[in-house]
Design a protein around this ligand. Structure first.
Ligand code: SF4
Length: 145
């Protein structure tokens, strides 16, 4: 006779700013089944909990090197969550990337990273170093008359 093993887990739902703390009792013998959940304010918390137990996902938030930019890095994020189990490989890919300035907020830096369906996008604009010095030169010219 196979005894079903009940497991307990506490998770924080990150689907919305409320951040409900959910206490779960579940089984994962064949597939994950939530037996009891307490603390979630809405159904989305249950979906989040199931995903978290089965194959947790996270949004990637990091930065990428910029060549010839007014600053040497731009901040990036994934446009949707990616499997946590791939995070290390994804970070390895991102670490190797260098983009040339200018970079505009919203630019796709990596399309469909590691076939996850998520794009890595820039979350800030970085002008080229050149454009900044041109701008400064123009301002100086205007100031000097
Ligand atoms: S359970 Fe619902 S209300 Fe609570 S954090 Fe998740 S999405 Fe928000």
């Amino acid at each position: 006779m196979n005894l079903v093993e009940y497991k307990k887990k506490k998770i924080i739902c990150t689907n919305c700013p409320l951040g409900c703390k959910i206490n779960l009792i579940y089984t994962d013998a064949d597939e994950v089944e939530i037996i009891e959940a307490q603390g979630n304010t809405c159904k989305r918390g249950l979906e989040f909990a199931k995903q978290e137990i089965t194959d947790p996902v996270r949004v990637v938030v990091t930065s990428v090197k910029v060549e010839d930019g007014e600053i040497p890095m731009t901040s990036v994020r994934s446009d949707k969550p990616v499997p946590l189990r791939l995070m290390e490989e994804i970070m390895d890919v991102i670490r190797e990337i260098k983009v040339n300035a200018p970079v505009v907020k919203g630019d796709i830096i990596v399309e469909n990273i590691l076939n996850t369906g998520a794009n890595i996008i820039s979350t800030r604009t970085v002008n080229s170093r050149d454009s900044k010095s041109k701008e400064q030169k123009k301002l100086k010219e205007n100031y000097d008359g």
